[in-house]
Ligand binder design. Structure first.
Ligand SMILES: Nc1ncnc2c1ncn2[C@@H]1O[C@H](COP(=O)(O)OP(=O)(O)OP(=O)(O)O)[C@@H](O)[C@H]1O
Length: 438
C-alpha cells in the first residue's frame, strides 16, 4: 500500500488453527467514519483517467465493501468479498483490475467469471464505462479492450477477435471460457487477476463446478495470479475459506472480507407474506399488485420441473405472464425472462426493462443473481424460493442504490404448509416477515 493504511477498525481473525495465514476481516465494529472518498482510496493505484471516470459517473464516496476491501486488494492479497446484495462488489473488483492491467501489453490480463450471460453483459457494460476516456482526456491513446465471452456468442467470432488483438479484460461464463481454452485459442498464463463473481452459485451448479475447478487449478496457478471471489452469500464460509487454501484456489494468506455479517439483507427492505390456496395464487398476486401499485417490480416464479416439461405443460412463468397480460389493468408493462427463452428474447426483455419506464418482470431465478435493474419498489415471490440463499438474492434485486433511503417490499405468496419453511429462512437470514391478511 502506498499512502493509505489498512482500515484501523475491525479485526483480522485467523482461521484454520493457524495452519495457514488466511484471515477473516470482520468489520462488525466498523466505526463508519468514512470521510475518505473513493478517489482517495484509489489514488496511486488506479489510473487517473479511470479516477476521473468514477467521478463523472457519480461514484464519489465508497460503499462499505469498497472502503474495506480495496486496501487489501491493492496490496495484492487474494480476497473473498462477502457483502450484501447491491453493496457495490462489481466496482470493487473492477477497480482492482484497472489498478493491475497494463494497456501497453497485448495480452489478456484480467478475467471475470460470471454465472449467466445477463450478468456478463452487465459487468462488461460497467467495465467499458470505466475504461472509456473522460471528458478532456486525449482520445488517441491506446485504450483497454474488454471482451465478453458469453453463452450464446459464436466461437468463430471469439477466435478471430482473440487472434487479431487479445483483449485486456475478458468477462466470461464458465462454459464459454472452457470451450475456448480447450481449443487453445488462448491461455490463462498472462492473466494477473482472476475474479469469480457469484462464486457460491457457480460452485453449486452441477454444470459449472468441475470446469471452474479446472480453471482455478489446471489452466492457471494461484501463485501466478491474484484471485478474488465475490458473493452476497457464501454458505459455510469458514469451510470455503479452508477449501480455498487446501485446494490451492487462492494463496494461503487469502482474506475474507465479511461486510454486514449480522444483517445479510439491506435493512431498507420490509418483508411480508400472504397465505392462500394454490388455486388462488394468481388472483392473490393480482390483488397484491393492485393494492400496492408498485413503481416497478419483479415477480419470481419457480423453474418448471423436467417432469412437467415432459408432460407438455406450460411453464408457470408463461401462465403468470399471460394471466397478468389479460387481467392487470394498470400502467406497467409486463415482460418475461426465463432460462428457456432464446438469448435474443432474453436480451430484448432486459433492454425493455432497462429503458426505465414502469415494468413488471415475470422471471425465474435467472434474474436473481447479480442483475442490477432500474430501481423497483416491489418483489413478489409467486413461488417460495427453494433455499434461504435464493430468497436473499431474489430480495436483493431491490434496494440497490447504496446511498438512498428508498423503502422496498418483498412479498411471498405461500400455501399454509410452507409457513414453517419461510420461518426457517427468517431465522437463517435474520429478518422478520409480517403476515398480510387478505
Ligand atoms: N461508490 C458508489 N457510489 C454510488 N453508487 C455505487 C457505488 N458503488 C456501486 N454503486 C452502485 O450500486 C449498485 C449495486 O452495485 P453492484 O451491482 O456492484 O452490487 P453487488 O454488490 O454486486 O450486488 P449483488 O450481490 O446483488 O450482485 C449499482 O447500481 C452501482 O452502480
Amino acid at each position: 500500500l502506498s499512502h493509505l493504511p489498512f482500515p484501523k477498525f475491525g479485526v483480522i481473525r485467523h482461521h484454520n488453527n493457524n495452519k495457514h495465514a488466511s484471515s477473516s476481516y470482520n468489520p462488525h465494529s466498523d466505526n463508519k467514519d468514512s470521510v475518505v472518498s473513493l478517489k482517495e482510496i484509489c489514488e496511486g493505484h488506479v489510473p487517473k483517467h479511470v479516477l476521473k471516470r468514477i467521478e463523472e459517473i457519480g461514484y464519489v464516496m465508497p460503499t462499505d465493501v469498497q472502503r474495506q476491501a480495496l486496501p487489501f486488494l491493492f496490496s495484492g492479497r487474494d480476497c473473498i468479498i462477502h457483502a450484501q446484495t447491491g453493496s457495490g462488489k462489481t466496482l470493487t473488483y473492477l477497480l482492482l483490475i484497472f489498478s493491475i492491467i497494463n494497456i501497453t501489453k497485448s495480452s489478456v490480463q484480467a478475467l471475470v467469471l460470471v454465472p449467466t450471460r445477463e450478468l456478463g453483459i452487465q459487468v462488461t457494460k460497467v467495465a467499458r464505462m470505466l475504461a472509456s476516456k473522460p471528458i478532456g482526456f486525449q482520445q488517441d491513446q491506446k485504450s483497454c479492450t474488454i471482451m465478453p465471452l458469453l453463452d450464446g456468442g459464436t466461437l468463430k467470432r471469439y477466435k478471430s477477435w482473440l487472434k487479431a488483438e487479445p483483449p485486456t479484460i475478458v468477462i466470461a461464463t464458465v462454459a464459454s471460457l472452457s470451450q475456448i481454452l480447450e481449443r487453445q485459442f488462448f491461455m490463462l498464463e498472462s492473466v494477473r487477476v482472476l475474479v469469480v463473481d457469484e462464486v457460491d452459485f457457480i460452485f453449486n451448479s452441477s454444470k459449472q463446478t468441475s470446469s471452474l475447478r479446472k480453471l482455478l487449478n489446471s489452466y492457471s496457478s494461484c501463485n501466478n495470479r491474484q484471485t478474488v471471489f465475490a458473493s452476497a452469500s457464501i454458505p459455510q464460509h469458514r469451510r470455503f475459506l479452508h477449501d480455498c487454501v487446501q485446494q490451492k484456489w487462492t494463496k494461503s494468506d487469502v482474506v475474507h472480507i465479511h461486510v454486514s455479517p449480522v444483517e445479510p439483507m439491506p435493512s431498507r427492505l420490509s418483508h411480508r407474506f400472504i397465505i392462500c390456496d394454490t388455486k388462488r395464487k394468481l388472483e392473490t398476486l393480482l390483488s397484491l399488485i393492485q393494492s400496492d401499485a408498485p413503481e416497478s417490480g419483479i415477480i419470481f416464479v419457480g423453474e418448471q420441473s423436467e417432469k412437467s416439461k415432459k408432460a407438455g405443460n406450460s411453464p408457470s412463468t408463461s401462465l403468470v405472464c399471460d394471466f397478468l397480460k389479460a387481467s392487470y389493468q394498470g400502467s406497467l408493462d409486463i415482460f418475461l425472462l426465463e432460462d428457456d427463452m432464446n438469448f435474443n428474447s432474453r436480451a430484448a426483455s432486459l433492454l425493455e426493462v432497462r429503458k426505465g419506464g414502469g415494468y413488471l418482470l415475470v422471471a425465474t431465478n435467472i434474474a436473481a443473481r447479480g442483475v442490477d435493474l432500474p430501481e423497483m419498489s416491489h418483489i413478489y415471490n409467486f413461488d417460495l424460493p427453494r433455499t434461504a440463499t435464493d430468497y436473499l438474492h431474489r430480495a436483493g434485486r431491490t434496494c440497490r442504490k447504496p446511498f438512498s433511503d428508498m423503502k422496498c417490499t418483498v412479498t411471498t405468496i405461500i400455501v399454509p404448509e410452507e409457513r414453517f419453511v419461510l420461518q426457517k429462512y427468517e431465522n437463517e437470514l435474520m429478518f422478520n416477515c409480517e403476515e398480510v391478511i387478505p
